[in-house]
Design a protein around this ligand. Structure first.
Ligand SMILES: CC(C)(COP(=O)(O)OP(=O)(O)OC[C@H]1O[C@@H](n2cnc3c(N)ncnc32)[C@H](O)[C@@H]1OP(=O)(O)O)[C@@H](O)C(=O)NCCC(=O)NCCS
Length: 204
C-alpha cells in the first residue's frame, strides 16, 4: 500500500473517490457534505491531499482545507474503500494528512466535524479534543459546506451552535497527546449522539 501526496496525475481517481463517499453515506444513513469530481480534482492538484493506492487501485483518501486565512485547517473527506476497511488504513491516512498539515501550516489549529466513532477515536489519538462549534472556524465558507448535508436544517435551527456532528480540535499551542494506552470513551460519544438524534431529528 502506497500513501502519497496526490497531484494532477491522479485526476482519474476523482470519480471513484466521489462515488465511494456517496455510497458509504447512503449505507450509513448519516449526513455528509457532497463533493463533485471537479472539487476532488482541485484537492488532488494543490498538494494538500493524501491518496492511498494499492498498486493502481484506489484504497483511501483525505485532504486538507484551509480556513480563516490559515488560522484553521480541516482534515476532511476521509474515505477508505470498503475492500480495505478494518486494517488500520484510515489511521495511517489520517496520521499522514495530520503530518502534512503540521508541516505546511505549523501555526494553524487543525479541526474536523464528524458523526463517526472511528474518526473520533483516530483524532483523539492524534491529540484532538472535543470542542463546541464556537471554538472552530467562523469562516462562512466552511459552514456552507454543510448545506449539502441532509441534517443542515438542524445546524440552521440551532444557529450553528450544534448539530449531530461533534467538533474536534488540535491546538498546536496546547499540543498534548493522550497518555500511552489512554483511550477515548466511545460509549459516551455513542450515547451523546443518540441523545442529539432524539432531540433534533424530526419524527417520521
Ligand atoms: C470510517 C472509515 C474511514 C474507517 O476506516 P478503516 O480503515 O476501516 O479504519 P481503521 O481500520 O484505521 O480503524 C481506526 C479505528 O476506528 C475503529 N473503527 C473502524 N471502523 C469503525 C466503525 N464503523 N465504528 C466504530 N469504530 C470503528 C477501529 O476499530 C479502530 O480503532 P482501534 O484503534 O481502537 O482498534 C471507513 O469505514 C470509511 O471510509 N467509512 C465511510 C466514510 C466515513 O465514515 N468517513 C468519515 C466521515 S467524517
Amino acid at each position: 500500500m502506497n500513501l502519497i501526496v496526490a497531484n494532477e496525475s491522479h485526476f482519474k481517481y476523482a470519480q471513484d473517490i466521489c462515488d465511494t463517499i456517496a455510497e458509504s453515506a447512503k449505507i450509513r444513513g448519516t449526513g455528509i457534505a457532497k463533493r463533485t469530481p471537479e472539487y476532488i480534482q482541485k484537492k488532488l492538484s494543490n498538494g494538500n491531499a493524501i491518496l492511498a493506492l494499492d498498486g493502481e487501485k484506489f484504497a483511501g483518501f483525505c485532504y486538507i482545507e484551509v480556513w480563516g486565512h490559515e488560522k484553521f485547517v480541516a482534515n476532511s473527506g476521509l474515505i477508505v474503500h470498503p475492500d480495505y476497511r478494518g486494517q488500520g488504513l484510515a489511521k495511517k491516512i489520517k496520521a499522514k494528512v495530520f503530518e502534512l498539515s503540521r508541516k505546511k501550516f505549523p501555526d494553524a489549529k487543525i479541526f474536523g466535524i464528524t458523526t463517526g466513532l472511528a474518526v473520533m477515536k483516530i483524532n483523539y489519538e492524534l491529540g484532538y479534543k472535543p470542542v463546541t462549534f464556537s471554538e472552530l472556524t467562523d469562516d462562512p465558507e466552511f459552514w456552507k459546506g454543510c448545506q449539502t448535508c441532509k441534517n443542515f436544517d438542524i445546524l440552521t435551527r440551532t444557529e450553528q451552535k450544534m448539530c449531530l456532528c461533534t467538533g474536534m480540535l488540535y491546538d498546536p499551542a496546547h499540543n498534548k497527546k493522550p497518555e500511552e494506552g489512554k483511550q477515548m470513551n466511545g460509549k459516551a460519544f455513542t450515547r451523546l449522539k443518540s441523545i442529539k438524534e432524539s432531540l433534533f431529528l424530526k419524527k417520521k
